[in-house]
Design a protein around this ligand. Sequence first.
Ligand SMILES: [Ca+2]
Ligand SMILES: [Ca+2]
Ligand SMILES: [Ca+2]
Ligand SMILES: [Ca+2]
Length: 379
Amino acid sequence: MTTEPAEPSEESPTATRERRQRVRSALPVVFVVVLAVLTTGFLVAGGPVPDQNDAAERAAEGTPGAEADRQDGDGATSAPFETLRSAGAETDATGGNDGGASAAQPPKGIVGPNESGVNDTDGDGITDAAERDIYGTDPTDPDTDGDGYADGMEVACGGLLPGADPRHHDVFVEVDTVRGTHLDPAAVGRLRAAFADAPVDNPDGESGIALHVRRSDSGLPVNGSVDSGARPGDHNDLRDYRERYVDHGDSGYYYVLVTTEAAFRGDDYYAGSGVDGAAVVESFDSPKITSSLLMHELGHAFGLGPGEVGVDEETFDATDYRSVMNYNALYEVETYSDGSGDVGRDEWSFVAEDRYRPPVECEDDGTGGACATACVAGQ
Ligand SMILES: [Ca+2]
Ligand SMILES: [Ca+2]
Ligand SMILES: [Ca+2]
Ligand SMILES: [Ca+2]
């Protein structure tokens, strides 16, 4: 990978003013200005607010009812989950990711919280026999698919990681939205398709990355533009929202806030910005533009920083560096580079193998400790 000297900035803005203006000019009815700026520090009462577009999302994405609301560890019904693979691939082949996980009946082969003397060679929380005979995972590798989640966690933690597959690369993203905006399900559909097309091999024989977008809070208060960097006041920077509203931040999720006005270092000409593990983006009428922008910011959240040659630059044309991280390709393509072209950096490999990974804490998601045990064992 070719890199320039690392830059100290931890923030990565999305677009130049010119780019942003181009987007705006292409979308005459894009920005819904939130005039009712709420009182600083005011919290939405009642916690998570159901997303009103859930039904439409399922219909638009052709997702069957298999991803109905699930129970989080806190007992509250979680927001619907957007499955990012085909309906067939998303079904619960292991019998462990879906309804099988409960306090009374943890998935088969999972080492219980007080169980000893079982044969779990790699310490991922699944017995060797179950890895071989039930899950098709590697008894000597705690993370068979290399996505950062232990095999046992992917099997046992259906509440934390619904839809996870221990033999397929999974990426989980939590999305919150502020009042006056939403994330278009069509844009999410494009985004997950882009990840599904990733040139990444999996132990299950299928290529691609399953991107899981989990909608959480919506209608959140906002105080003007939202910056990726901290600044005084409430509801005006990404940190505020992460600290107040993140629901899955301890489960290895990336955090995305969709807002009406994103900012970078106080400049709200930017359409989005990303830091390690999190990003703030605006939503556009065009699903393609929204998807492209979100993919760009996720790239920053993964650790593709402006210190890399071509990232956040207009140095290379879209052919020489075909990546959403290239300003000359942003809004035109929805992919990361594959190593071809003048830049030669394989960003998909970076995403699959070396990206920044949010921390994974171990919680009991209602499996009577089996999930937490598997999580601990896999770390
Ligand atoms: Ca094992
Ligand atoms: Ca294993
Ligand atoms: Ca894994
Ligand atoms: Ca996986």
